[in-house]
Ligand binder design. Structure first.
Ligand code: PLP
Length: 418
């Protein structure tokens, strides 16, 4: 296995620890009088008290030391109480043990995508991802390296056999291996599919065999739309953390505006994440982290999961409405998968259809909007695809929206000459 140093991009090799931030552990030593830090005095902070009432009806009040802690600078990796709560959460939901060196709290998982790209990708590197691809990943990766090799997707997620072919050909040509393979294993954005257990195992086997990292971006893991048992994460299947860098997000199950997510994985890689954050933004908002800590304190992992499951019922109803309406209104030559996680359905339109043209010509008049496939294109144009989301609309709106989508399809068929 190649060392981390060999894998890092040149710029990451130049990241230096912040000399002041590295002194932070001394601050918590008993009796320490610090004349060292540049922290502002808490008595000067604007907030006196924040009262939070959760939708469950339970509430917390942040006052005194707790309010001061929420308003003050904090450690780079994580609010200490949140690190503990997240470790408990990961054990509860995934059966994975994380310690303090194995996780970093982020400004949403999007920050993790950017950091991974920043840390590992030089101009001449490459990664592999399934196409269509979440545009947030595309732009983070493209900021540092132009080469994304793509593989297809089907109802079982990323086609690992195709990935094996890509890797084998690269190895046969004597090329270096990709820096990482990226996937959204549950409720893929935009394709809506979930990576099967067999393919999860295959992906890990390939990672060991060809010695690359896996970037497991899993914000839709907990938006489960069917009652069947949850699949183990790639991180859980790996066991000892070596090659899986996992990104969890609180956006889809808590509150996206707080901008909270976390990376977890091998300690040496998490250390690099910390070095990045030390120079980019010092740490994720302590106020936001304190809100999450208080929520988890009051509800516990079981209570949090119950709330998530209650929320999933709304998404399940919407998914069922969309699939029901698709079956009723869409012509048989429009293909789609029934999502088991997440909030998206990916429609493959008949050959020759142009989704950009459809939106430009008809979205305003028919009053229905989907995202054209080109927004998720990497190599192929993806012009004959569209992404529909069922998260923000009611079942009757979904039904009417799909009826209008069917009309849009008919108009395009007429333009294409039947
Ligand atoms: C696949 C995927 N990754 C990452 C993100 C970013 O999520 P966050 O809000 O945690 O930054 C999104 C958001 O839509 C997403 O769909």
């Amino acid at each position: 296995m190649r060392s981390l140093r060999e894998r890092l991009a040149a710029r990451a090799g130049r990241l230096q620890p912040s000399p002041i931030r590295e002194l932070m552990p001394y601050l918590s030593l008993p009796g320490m009088i610090s004349l060292g830090g540049g922290y502002p005095n808490p008595s000067t902070f604007a907030f006196d008290k924040v009262e939070v009432t959760f939708r469950s009806g339970r509430s917390v009040t942040l006052t005194g030391d707790r309010m001061a802690r929420a308003s003050q600078y904090g450690p780079t990796a994580a609010h200490p109480a949140l690190a503990k709560a997240i470790a408990q959460w990961q054990r509860f939901k995934d059966g994975v043990n994380l310690d303090d060196t194995g996780l970093v709290v982020l400004n949403g998982s999007q920050e993790g995508l950017f950091i991974a790209a920043y840390l590992f990708l030089d101009e001449r590197d490459w990664i592999v991802a399934a196409e269509p691809l979440y545009p947030g990943t595309l732009s983070a990766v493209r900021a540092f390296c132009p080469t994304i090799r793509t593989v297809g997707l089907d109802g079982d997620g990323l086609c690992t056999d195709e990935l094996a072919d890509v890797l084998e050909s690269a190895a046969a040509r004597g090329e270096p291996m990709p820096k990482f393979v990226y996937d959204v294993p549950s409720g893929h954005n935009p394709a809506g599919v979930t990576l099967s257990l067999e393919r999860r195992r295959h992906l890990l086997d390939l990672a060991r065999r060809y010695d690359f990292y896996i970037l497991e971006d899993d914000p839709y893991q907990l938006l489960a739309l069917d009652s069947e048992a949850r699949l183990p994460t790639l991180q859980a299947l790996e066991g000892t953390p070596e090659r899986v860098i996992r990104l969890d997000s609180f956006s889809k199950v808590f509150a996206p505006g707080l901008r909270l997510g976390y990376a977890s994985g091998p300690a040496a890689i998490m250390r690099q994440f910390v070095l990045f954050k030390q120079c980019a933004n010092l740490h994720t908002s302590m106020t936001a982290q304190e809100m999450l800590v208080s929520f988890l304190e009051v509800h516990g992992p079981e209570g949090f999961m119950e709330l998530i499951e209650a929320n999933c019922r709304c998404y399940r109803e919407n998914r069922d409405a969309m699939i029901g309406a698709a079956r009723e209104y869409l012509p048989p030559d429009v293909a789609y998968n029934v999502p088991r996680h997440g909030m998206f359905v990916w429609f493959s339109l008949p050959r020759g259809f142009d989704a950009d043209r459809m939106i430009k010509s008809d979205a305003e008049e028919l009053c229905v909007l989907l995202v054209p496939g080109s927004a998720f294109a990497v190599v192929r144009p993806m012009r004959d695809c569209m992404r529909a989301s069922f998260s923000m609309v009611s079942p009757p709106e979904i039904t009417e929206g799909m009826r209008r989508f069917a009309a849009m399809i008919q108009r395009e068929r007429d333009r294409c000459g039947g």
